[in-house]
Write a protein that binds this ligand. Structure first.
Ligand code: HEC
Ligand code: HEC
Length: 334
């Protein structure tokens, strides 16, 4: 049976199950140690992130704004999709398709450490950017559309919600299961042909034989979002980077999976990422991204790069030699 996406439930179940299994989590941390050291690191002393309880949403206008922001993140297509009631500026996906349970799920691309990380410089633009830039980025890349007005009530409400979700986290705080997570690099390159087999066995039933997803009956949103094709995220999106995709599916797919009961091996996750991200999707010109090549992520799929490795190796791996070369360069300078 297909499971339907649920808006709530995870949070409560998550909180209840958290308590008795701290010991288990401490060992689980190790298997989630991020790849190569370039990413945020989790250690066994990190505290487990959990989303604030709904009853901490204030009463009155401020609370309404937070709830509106959450609604927009969960059901983005209703408001901004091809038949959106506010503007028709996106591909029909919801923010929640990738930021699971409204961006509150552990290891589900949650927003736990987002707001507390500001102010900061964006490596992708080389400039100090406001948090609203992340929202417009995801509209232009993940939702392959156009940016909404950042001074408008919708973006303001989303920011209010993001602030509320991250309200218990302080800048630089180490957390378990919040923000970006990564799998360890494989020795070899990810293999799209092997990934196709994973897709057919474990993804196709929901996401469709051609990765096209399944629209809702009224055709205004998706029951199962597309993985490729003209309605999917574009090649400038975070999910187009192999490490993001692999970690996301390992911890969350098939739908209903949590980091505690993964259905894929790391190798299957990397390979299915390579298969899906080899399929056609909208293109975005990214020539001005990552102006400082030394700060470009290892798996940024388009050159130029600061090193001599090929675009293909940067997209599919093997990543360990790239990482080793980067580390050697840093050590030389010290
Ligand atoms: C039981 C149905 C089901 C299966 C099987 C399934 N998914 Fe999903 N997938 C979903 C749903 C539902 C969502 C959106 C979640 C939400 O909005 O809360 C989703 C979201 C995603 C997303 C993020 C949104 C997007 O469309 O880009 C990716 C990537 C993804 N799935 C990949 C996979 C991969 C890879 C597999 C196989 C290993 C898989 N899924 C298996 C139901 C499924
Ligand atoms: C296709 C999947 C996908 C969709 C849909 C999506 N995002 Fe994202 N988003 C990501 C990924 C992956 C990252 C992290 C990787 C990166 O740096 O790009 C991310 C990062 C973010 C961040 C930064 C989080 C942090 O902790 O730094 C914010 C905020 C965000 N997204 C908001 C949104 C909003 C708002 C929407 C809807 C308008 C949205 N996203 C839609 C995949 C998606």
């Amino acid at each position: 049976m297909h499971q339907q996406p649920k808006d709530t439930g995870y949070i409560i179940r998550g909180l209840i199950t958290c308590i008795p299994i701290i010991a288990v989590l401490i060992s689980a941390c190790n298997s989630h140690t991020p790849a190569g050291g370039a990413q945020k690191t989790s250690t066994s002393t990190d505290s487990i992130w959990h989303a604030p309880d709904d009853n901490t949403i204030p009463a009155g206008k401020a609370g309404e704004t937070i709830r509106y922001g959450r609604e927009l993140i969960m059901h983005t297509a209703r408001y901004f999709g091809p038949q959106g009631s506010i503007a028709k500026i996106s591909n029909g996906m919801n923010c929640q398709n990738c930021h699971l349970t409204g961006g509150t799920k552990l290891f589900g691309n949650n927003f736990g450490v987002f707001m507390s990380s500001y102010p900061k410089i964006s490596n992708r633009t080389g400039r100090v950017e406001p948090p609203s830039k992340r929202i417009t980025d995801c509209f232009e890349r993940s939702l392959a559309g156009q940016a909404p007005d950042t001074a408008g009530p919708e973006v303001r409400a989303m920011l209010a919600y993001l602030t509320w979700v991250g309200k218990n986290t302080s800048k630089g705080q180490k957390t378990f299961g919040a923000g970006a997570t990564k799998l360890a690099f494989m020795n070899n390159a990810a293999d799209p042909a092997k990934g196709r087999q994973v897709f057919v066995a474990k993804c196709k039933t929901c996401h469709g034989a051609n990765g096209e997803g399944l629209p809702t009956a009224d055709n205004k949103a998706y029951t199962y979002p597309p993985l490729w094709g003209k309605h999917s995220y574009n090649d400038g999106a975070g999910m187009y980077r192999l490490s993001n995709f692999a970690a996301f599916v390992k911890n969350n797919m098939p739908f209903g999976t949590t980091y505690k009961n993964p259905q894929l091996t790391d190798e299957e996750a990397w390979n299915v990422a390579a298969f899906v991200n080899s399929q056609p999707r909208p293109h975005r010109d990214q020539q001005t991204d990552w102006p400082d090549l030394k700060k470009k992520p290892i798996d940024a799929p388009f050159g130029p790069y600061a090193d001599g490795f090929s675009e293909k190796q940067h997209k599919f791996g093997p990543f360990k030699p790239i990482k080793a070369a980067e580390t050697a360069l840093i050590n030389q300078k010290l």
